[in-house]
Design a protein around this ligand. Structure first.
Ligand code: FPP
Length: 232
């Protein structure tokens, strides 16, 4: 019998499949991202129900800057609207929001709203910490951490644990990472933090990813034996 492990405390999700979902319905890509935002809300609610401590979502990668301008503009607008519509309720529910990554290019309005979301939900004992990776790339985060260490001229030895504090992503190890949309890739997500993460790849396109399927991913994780390389 596999050993029962506690529920994941830190879940990451690569939310893939908005574009294909939209195309299958002959809708615009932006409509796909709009549907994706509705799924984000459902998954946040389900995370609270399952007492997940942190949920880290990959909303936009450094590579995504190469997408058509109209799509990037659409995501920026959806983000602003989602913050306006959802932050008061999320705060009420005990959700603390953090953004990380190189998201300046989304423009000053988006920057203002991101700051508002972070400041307004800066609650002391959050039920859920929601981290949103926006304009993020794992490799460049590691390289920039190394450069910070070189420039700091500090002489103390860097440990695997202390290295985290040089990374831009304000998150530690992930327990479970789910990718929707059928591809089995990490796509430059949190490379340093994923070293011992359980990976789950599901075929479902992100807008169709339901609370039930998410709950079943969490249950699958609970049944997984995690040895971290040791013999147990
Ligand atoms: C991947 O689908 C999705 C993205 C690149 C953007 C994800 C964005 C959202 C869910 C909306 C924004 C959310 C927040 C919280 C800001 P894809 O377009 O790569 O899908 P495809 O592989 O089917 O083309």
């Amino acid at each position: 019998m596999p050993k029962i492990v506690p529920k994941p405390i830190h879940v990451g999700i690569i939310m893939d499949g908005n574009g294909r979902w939209a195309r299958s319905k002959k809708l615009s890509t932006t409509s796909g991202h709009e549907a994706g935002i509705k799924t984000v809300r459902l998954i946040v609610e389900e995370s609270i129900r399952h007492s997940i401590a942190s949920l880290t979502l990959y909303a936009f990668s450094t590579e995504n800057w190469q997408r058509p301008k109209s799509e990037i503009l659409g995501i920026g607008k959806l983000l602003i609207q989602a913050i306006k519509d959802q932050v008061p309720e999320l705060k009420e529910e005990g959700v603390k929001i953090n953004f990380f990554g190189q998201y300046k290019k989304f423009g000053s309005h988006a920057l203002k709203m991101i700051k508002f979301a972070e400041d307004d939900t800066n609650i002391k004992k959050p039920k859920l910490i929601l981290n949103i990776a926006l304009g993020y790339g794992g490799r460049s985060d590691i390289v920039s951490a190394v450069n910070k260490i070189i420039n700091s001229k500090q002489t103390k030895k860097i440990t695997e644990s202390s290295f985290f504090s040089y990374l831009d992503a304000p998150v530690r190890e992930l327990d479970l990472m789910i990718r929707t949309g059928g591809d089995k890739r990490i796509s430059n997500f949190l490379l340093y933090q994923l070293a011992y993460t359980e990976l789950l790849f599901v075929e479902t396109l992100w807008p169709n990813f339901s609370q039930t399927e998410y709950a079943s991913c969490l249950n699958k994780f609970i049944r997984t034996k995690r040895s971290f390389g040791k013999r147990i």
